[in-house]
Design a binder for this molecule. Structure first.
Ligand code: PLP
Length: 389
């Protein structure tokens, strides 16, 4: 940690643990101390650390070929595109390396589609207050939390923010310049805040009525996390395009932008790209992970374990009403709003469990889908000790 503070950019609020290895829902530090990882990487290792099938596939691929330019074809990437498009109902896939890059692809798509439709002045994207879309300049501009803007102004123009869940505010913000709306089905970094019932469906109708694109940021909620492969599927709608990352590669860096066939035509040869996007190692990990995640048994498991986790958390909330004021989320993405959340996170780690803060007041849980109910119970015991302390 001293070496880190001497040489690493001090841009993260790091917890004092040096993690060396992991298996399933557990990790071990360099001194051999074990921790229950109920943050699941950071909603990335959905099938747990070092899932044997993912490890075997990546090892085999590592012996064959790691990377080839995207000016050539590679089978893992094609196979992944087939899987994601068939599961999402969106016909075209573009691969990149992170959530922010996937959102950048959404923004470029929205602008280009407007131009191609003969509306060059339509470039604005309506975003939501308290949202989080990434750390590049455009995704910071889209993010609806001023703390991420400070010091980086002037931000790229064309992003405005309205209250999350407020359809009339969206309607009121639409002008002749509006191209699209971008929304998270659950605001993860913003404190695990779930869109109110009917909101996504309402947004779909509004976008249809006004000729806007509906872009859904599924970076944190996608890949089965909420009990459906993509969280928008709970709402029974089809967006125009979505972004994916985090759990897509089960911990290897890969992001994706999926869009409707007609829109995909706007990003022609040369208009967008990424050197490493969809490389063979990451795409191989994603293929294996996705084959497991899309099985109905896996999604049923997420729902059942999520139910178990939420019930336990609600019991704690009832026991400590003055300390835990809310339990929010869906499937295996849960936020518990607590008094002195940073101290609770620290106590959890000291008690042997890794979680983190989402926003300033919420403790976030995003356990691997492979977590056992006994591990969830163990985690909730540690959480209770932290809360009561
Ligand atoms: N969008 C959402 C909803 C996220 O939660 C995140 C990361 O937490 C991002 C985008 C940015 O992803 P990345 O850190 O991979 O760029």
């Amino acid at each position: 940690m001293e070496r880190a503070s001497a040489h690493l950019l001090q841009n993260y609020r790091q917890q004092p643990v040096v993690v060396e290895r992991g298996l399933g829902a557990r990790v071990w530090d360099v001194d051999g101390k074990s921790y229950l990882d109920l943050l699941g990487g950071i909603a990335t290792c959905a099938l747990g650390h070092c899932h044997p099938e993912v490890v075997a596939a990546v090892k085999a691929q590592a012996d064959k070929l790691w990377h080839i330019s995207n000016v050539f074809y590679s089978l893992p990437q094609i196979e992944l595109a087939e899987k994601l498009t068939s599961a999402s109902g969106l016909e075209r896939a573009f691969f990149c390396n992170s959530g922010a890059e996937a959102n950048e692809a959404l923004f470029k798509l929205a602008r280009k589609v407007s131009k191609d439709r003969g509306h060059p002045g339509r470039f604005e994207i309506i975003c939501f207050e308290n949202s989080f879309h990434g750390r590049t300049l455009a995704t910071v501009a889209a993010t609806g939390q001023p703390k991420y803007h400070q010091g980086f102004e002037p931000l790229p123009s064309g992003f405005l923010h309205v209250p999350y869940g407020d359809l009339e505010a969206v309607r009121g913000a639409v002008t002749a310049k509006t191209a699209a709306v971008i929304v998270e089905p659950i605001q993860g970094e913003g404190g695990v805040k779930v869109a109110p019932a009917g909101f996504l469906k309402g947004l779909r109708s509004l976008c249809d009525e006004l000729g806007l694109l509906l872009l859904i940021d599924e970076v944190q909620t996608g890949m089965g996390r909420t009990g459906e492969i993509f969280a928008y599927q709970h709402a029974g709608i089809l967006p125009d395009a979505i972004s994916l990352a985090k759990a897509l590669g089960n911990g290897l860096p890969i992001g994706a932008m999926l869009c409707r066939e007609e829109l995909g035509k706007s990003l022609k040869s040369g208009s967008h790209g990424s050197t490493f996007g969809g490389n063979l190692l990451a795409a191989t990990a994603a293929n294996v992970a996705f084959s497991i995640i899309r099985q109905p048994e896996t999604l049923a498991m997420v729902r059942a374990k999520g139910e178990h986790l939420f019930q336990a958390a609600r019991k704690l909330q009832a026991r400590y009403p003055e300390r835990a004021s809310a339990v929010r989320g869906r499937g295996l993405l849960m936020g518990v709003e607590v008094v002195d959340a940073a101290a609770v996170v620290n106590r959890c780690r000291e008690g042997g469990m890794l979680v983190n803060l989402a926003g300033e007041k919420t403790v976030r849980f995003a356990p691997p889908f492979t977590v056992t109910t006994e591990e969830l119970d163990e985690g909730m015991r540690i959480f209770e000790q932290a809360l009561s302390a």
